[in-house]
Design a protein around this ligand. Sequence first.
Ligand code: PLP
Length: 218
Amino acid sequence: MTISENLKKFNKELPNDVTLIAVSKTKPVSDLMEAYNAGQRIFGENKIQEMESKWQEMPKDVQWHMIGHVQRNKVKYMAPFVSLIHAVDSFKLLKEINKEAKKNERSIECLLQIKIAEEDSKFGMNEADAAKFLVSKELKTLQNVKIVGLMGMATFTEDKKQISEEFQKLKKIYDQFKIQNSEFRILSMGMSGDYKIAIENGSTMVRVGSAIFGEREY
Ligand SMILES: *Cc1c(COP(=O)(O)O)cnc(C)c1O
């Protein structure tokens, strides 16, 4: 199947209230343009410099989402144009994003990454720390960032029940936080292998790479 056929399938299959992020990391601009020409406007990348160079080359109505772990010293490269940062997991990082957003006279929307997987390798905050974070005085001092929801990644496993339980847990945290945070509107969960389970459990945004662009070589 071609990229545009894959996209057509996703657009048919996904509920209207679920946003599709086309995860184009490692893929050439020609592949992104094929997706663009099929109507896709939101792309996700996990390396800041790669995203920046694609931003230079692609049409300006593309929305760029940073879905990967962010190094603070690289925030400046994406601050002029990034539309959503999915994986904020510390106050230090948010402070840096705020500083660079301010320099660019804009506000940057962010999600807090919550750790739901059992693996140690996954980044993210735990529920208690995130809850404290959201009511902290420090957060209110940051005028140029807005936290609009949560992101999480399930354990890489064949066990669908486990994946489902992890997504359920994140949805529960999201609903809880939403009561106090009126700006919450995005729950980013689900990738090529588990997006169906994520949607069943309340995802509003899926990040799909290989099921659109094909397997990555590296
Ligand atoms: C690469 C990546 C994805 C997409 O992965 P696929 O399995 O190719 O769909 C989604 N989210 C994050 C954070 C990623 O790094």
